[in-house]
Design a protein around this ligand. Structure first.
Ligand SMILES: Cc1cc2nc3c(=O)[nH]c(=O)nc-3n(C[C@H](O)[C@H](O)[C@H](O)COP(=O)(O)OP(=O)(O)OC[C@H]3O[C@@H](n4cnc5c(N)ncnc54)[C@H](O)[C@@H]3O)c2cc1C
Length: 299
């Protein structure tokens, strides 16, 4: 298999036994059997149908900011965008960003070009591809409000453009959570604004984050989705789990909706804290907390 892949992807971009703790904001995770960086769409046009045909497992990695990889690693191929697949282009009120572009960088590009609407995303540490998949959002903003189209590739290697409606954006979800599409590029439609005001708004939101979120620790942001009618962090606090700890994983004292890696956590520690929190909140309030975090590999 690798001999064939090397015919269209340079060997220096194909790594073996890559430690995934280097690629996740939780800073945990064992090795990926193989880790390939993708720089051109054409590479995926060849790779994806082939991997599906031979039934080889693969996983698309964004910036690993909503991801828990097991300590025993992932027996498959991780694909990550790099280089040209991180480009950002502005044209009038439209921004076209390749899937690997960081949301924070796209937000800065919007500000610099006097485009408003993406301020909410400046502090979300993911890629625009991951953001489109998760319909990332914060402070009353979400990707759904700004995405015009999403260019995707399917299992057969066909490239299609999905419009906002077809994306079926919902709370932290989109059609891509249930369909094996890979996001290649996202086009945003923003509005004209004043760069100074845009910058001030971004700074105000960043300050809110710093004051409320445990940004000094490794985490994946909010661990759970907001259950309808409740706030996950409040339920967790009221269940008496503030500061609850297993090994190096802990329910943050600052924001109970965050599970943090205090330094030496294993993925198993984090998973156990997640499960314990779910159990106790269910017992106490009869509310099921659904993880927002994506699980990958063996724990
Ligand atoms: C400190 C902190 C604060 C955060 N704050 C917020 C917040 O305010 N709002 C919010 O919504 N989230 C927040 N998050 C979570 C996270 O940043 C978002 O969910 C983000 O959208 C994930 O993007 P990613 O590129 O890191 O995706 P990853 O974590 O790498 O992947 C997430 C999922 O998307 C899939 N995926 C990624 N890229 C692609 C692609 N190109 N094509 C197909 N599938 C893909 C992956 O396979 C995986 O299933 C926060 C995280 C941290 C650590």
């Amino acid at each position: 298999m690798y001999d064939y892949i090397k015919t269209f992807i340079p060997r220096e971009r194909i790594l073996f036994h890559e430690p995934m703790n280097q690629h996740t904001t939780f800073r945990v995770g064992g090795e990926a059997e193989c880790f390939i960086t993708i720089q051109q769409e054409e590479e995926l046009v060849k790779l994806i149908p082939y991997l599906n045909q031979i039934e080889q497992d693969y996983f698309i990695l964004g910036n690993g900011s909503n991801l828990l990889v097991g300590d025993k690693g992932y027996r498959g191929i991780v694909l990550k965008f790099d280089g040209p697949m991180e480009q950002i282009r502005t044209d009038g009120t439209r921004i076209t960003a390749k899937a690997g572009a960081l949301l924070a960088k796209v937000a800065v590009a919007a500000k610099e070009n006097g485009l408003t609407g993406l301020e909410f995303a400046a502090g979300i540490p993911g890629t625009i591809g991951g953001g489109a998949v998760m319909n990332a959002g914060a402070y009353d903003g979400e990707m759904k409000q700004v995405v015009e189209t999403v260019r995707v590739i399917d299992r057969e290697g066909e490239i299609t453009t999905l419009d906002n409606d077809t994306m079926e954006f919902g709370y932290r979800t989109s059609i891509i959570k249930n369909r094996p599409y890979i996001v290649l590029e996202v086009v945003l439609r923003l509005a004209e604004g004043d760069p100074e005001q845009i910058g001030a708004k971004m700074e105000e939101l960043a300050e809110q984050r710093r004051s409320k979120q445990p940004l000094e620790y490794a985490s994946a942001g909010s661990t759970f989705k907001r259950p309808e009618g409740y706030y996950a962090g409040k339920l967790i606090m009221e269940a008496g789990m503030r500061g609850y700890r297993i090994g190096g994983a802990q329910v943050s004292n600052k924001h109970c909706g965050f599970i943090i890696n205090t330094g030496r956590a294993t993925a198993a520690d984090i998973k156990e804290v997640i499960e314990e929190v779910q159990e106790r909140v269910k017992e106490r309030f009869h509310v099921s907390l659904e993880p927002e975090v994506v699980f990958l590999g063996d724990f």
